[in-house]
Write a protein that binds this ligand. Structure first.
Ligand code: HAM
Length: 409
């Protein structure tokens, strides 16, 4: 039998409804903040991610689904959305025409990580990118927008951590201080961190194995006055509107960040970052555009849903149309379509089955009413509406069907 690929999933109802609910919630909030949807392709040139996500990141080194197509192009199935947004922004000349852009995207991302609860090889990200605004207000705006979506959806029990990674002026000094500090402990580092030490020492702080034991001991970043001022203003704007913790160990796993970075972390979700993001003021320039500031985030839909927890089942009211004999099938079918056109959730149509089979189906699809049509009904131009909970039934003329069914559902 055909089998599902490890790390991938089929998502059925009612679980799939939770995704729709989260997406609708996000779309509503995005619209109040003036963000517009950008639909991106799933496949990009591999080079795009190597250059932007970062050559030394786990995503590019170990997790990317990359392949060569028949035209010998080196392609990748997107592991994240930000590089594609920046490519689309540059390629479509927003720089010239409308440099300030607020995009959001909803789509599946792919990373060949080791699957576990809350970590999948195909997962949904809902993300936002605010391009062209360097003001601290943009940082506060996107963080509060994220909070609004998560809160409206009903996920609680998470903490918001923020940090500043400085800029090209202050970070190199910090980088060197980190290398000096970590070199003394090199022998005790995990294999991965030994390599990271030279190439990307900040990432050691983020390591699941080594990170925690350096908390409070590693040198901290001394921000330049501009970065400090920016970070202070972001915090002042957030104060009173959202609870947050400044965590100097928060460094993020992608290369393009500068200044503000943040994560929403849920305590009881095994992969705890439910959403994360930050500024990337150098990325657009590094990708061939003019220096353009930007900030954004992405949330993992699965993780936000997990963080909200079990939801009580929402019974959906529907009517199931049952035909008692062959000559009634066509009228029964037409009634089904009329009910649907009136916006009524309508089941039925299993007219090859006998009455018992059709009633069983009504039960299986949790219909609350059956609308039964037999020879008598056809002659009287009325159908029998049966309440499947109480067993009560009444005759309803065809002309009044829609009004009567709407009344009871
Ligand atoms: P990221 O931290 O790599 O950032 O991913 C963002 C979120 O996607 C994570 O916080 C997590 O909720 C979810 N996620 C990541 N990997 C998985 C997985 N394997 N399974 C389930 N969920 C996962 C980015 O992708 C950046 N593009 C965010 C950003 C936008 N920064 C600036 N703009």
């Amino acid at each position: 039998m055909a089998k599902l690929v490890r790390g991938f999933r089929d998502i059925f109802e009612p679980q799939s409804n939770q995704f729709t609910q989260l997406e609708n919630c996000a779309r509503g909030v995005f619209s109040t903040y003036g963000f517009g949807e950008l639909r991106l392709p799933t496949v990009e040139l591999k080079e795009l991610f190597v250059k932007s996500t970062g050559e030394t990141t786990d995503i590019v080194q170990k997790e990317m689904y990359a392949f060569e197509d028949a035209g010998h192009r080196q392609l990748a199935i997107r592991p994240e959305g930000t590089p594609g947004v920046v490519r689309a922004y540059l390629e479509n000349n927003f720089v010239q025409n409308a440099p300030v852009q607020k995009f959001y995207y909803i789509g599946n991302m792919f990373r060949a990580e080791r699957p576990q609860a809350g970590r999948y090889r195909e997962f949904e990200q809902i993300g936002a990118e605010y391009i062209g605004n360097s003001a601290p207000a943009a940082d506060a705006e996107v963080i509060l927008m994220l909070k609004d979506i998560v809160a409206q959806f009903g996920a609680k029990n998470y903490v918001v951590k923020i940090n500043s990674l400085g800029c090209d002026k202050c970070r190199p000094l910090y980088r060197q201080a980190l290398i000096d500090f970590l070199s003394k402990e090199k022998d005790t580092l995990c294999e991965n961190c030994q390599t990271r030490l030279e190439k990307n020492p900040l990432r050691v702080l983020d390591c699941k194995i080594d990170g925690a034991r350096f908390a409070g001991r590693v040198p901290t970043l001394q921000l330049c006055p501009e970065c400090q001022g920016h970070f202070d203003t972001v915090q002042a704007l957030l104060k009173g509107k959202i609870d947050f913790i400044v965590d100097p160990m928060l460094v993020r796993g992608l290369d393009y960040y500068s200044r503000t970075v943040f994560e929403f972390q849920a305590g009881d979700v095994s992969q705890n970052a439910i959403a994360a993001g930050g500024r990337y003021d150098s990325l657009i320039k590094n990708m061939g555009g003019p220096a353009t500031p930007a900030i954004g985030w992405a949330m993992g839909a699965e993780r936000v849903i997990l963080a909200r927890g079990e939801q009580p089942a929402q019974p959906r009211k529907s009517v199931c149309v049952v035909s008692l004999e062959k000559p009634c099938n066509e009228t029964a079918f037409n009634i089904m379509q009329e009910l649907r056109a009136a916006g009524i959730r309508t089941e039925g149509g299993l007219f090859d089955k006998n009455v018992k089979g059709q009633m069983k189906q009504a039960d299986r699809c949790h219909a609350s009413y059956a609308l039964i049509l037999g020879g008598d009904e056809l002659a009287k131009q009325a159908a029998t509406l049966k309440d499947l909970t109480t067993g009560e039934q009444k005759h309803i003329p065809f002309a009044e069907l829609i009004t009567e069914v709407k009344k009871v559902l």
